[in-house]
Design a binder for this molecule. Structure first.
Ligand SMILES: CC(C)(COP(=O)(O)OP(=O)(O)OC[C@H]1O[C@@H](n2cnc3c(N)ncnc32)[C@H](O)[C@@H]1OP(=O)(O)O)[C@@H](O)C(=O)NCCC(=O)NCCS
Length: 174
């Protein structure tokens, strides 16, 4: 488990399903996300497939962000460990009630610090819909650089959408 000033970050657990469903099922708030669960069972399945180990190549690992004050789950972070063992991809979803309060920046900073300092990753990337301005502001605030803009490269929620790639190297993280 990681601690930040206002949060705890820990692996997702089966008992988290109801809280995860409450904000992940919000199709409006999550319109740029590939996964919007329609039932609690979908969330159960999502949790069940989480890996036992944090740092297994070719897998995603899901974590939840818990606000210390309320002890509630306020969002989640996915870490994709790429096949080469040296690079990771990250994604983050915050319950809209808790957005714009700095929680995403605070929690992702702790995860990035762990990936670079403890796991010695070389590079971290984020793949974002260019219309998702909140997400782009978030990664820029964390020091990521824009590296690419792919045109209609992902099929999400029934349509082809663009994808921008932001990245940061271990050397660039302070
Ligand atoms: C992308 C997402 C996680 C970004 O979350 P967020 O709430 O905007 O990010 P933060 O909590 O770090 O908020 C940052 C803002 O809070 C402000 N803020 C308010 N109080 C703050 C505090 N105490 N500390 C730090 N920042 C604070 C910051 O100034 C900043 O605003 P600015 O951009 O105008 O400078 C969120 O929009 C989301 O969950 N979207 C839906 C899911 C999604 O699309 N995810 C992306 C998939 S790639």
């Amino acid at each position: 488990m990681l601690k930040t000033k206002r949060t705890f970050i820990r692996p997702i657990e089966p008992a988290d399903a109801v809280q995860i469903f409450s904000y992940r099922s919000d199709a409006g708030a999550n319109k740029y996300q590939g996964w919007i669960p329609k039932s609690l069972e979908e969330v159960d399945a999502f949790i069940a497939k989480n890996q036992a180990d944090f740092n297994t190549p070719d897998t995603w690992f899901q974590l939840v962000i818990i606000e210390k004050e309320s002890q509630k789950i306020i969002g989640d972070i996915g870490v994709h460990f790429l096949h080469d063992g040296s690079q990771s991809e990250i994604g983050c979803t915050i319950n809209k009630v808790f957005q714009n309060k700095g929680f995403a920046t605070e929690a992702l900073s702790a995860i990035i610090e762990y990936l670079f300092t403890t796991l010695k990753k070389h590079r971290i990337v984020a793949s974002i819909d260019p219309k998702n301005t909140n997400s782009i502001s978030l990664v820029k605030r964390l020091g990521f650089r824009k590296e690419a803009h792919h045109i209609q490269s992902l099929f999400i929620n029934g349509e082809w959408v663009d994808d921008v790639i932001y990245a940061i190297l271990n050397d660039e993280w302070q």
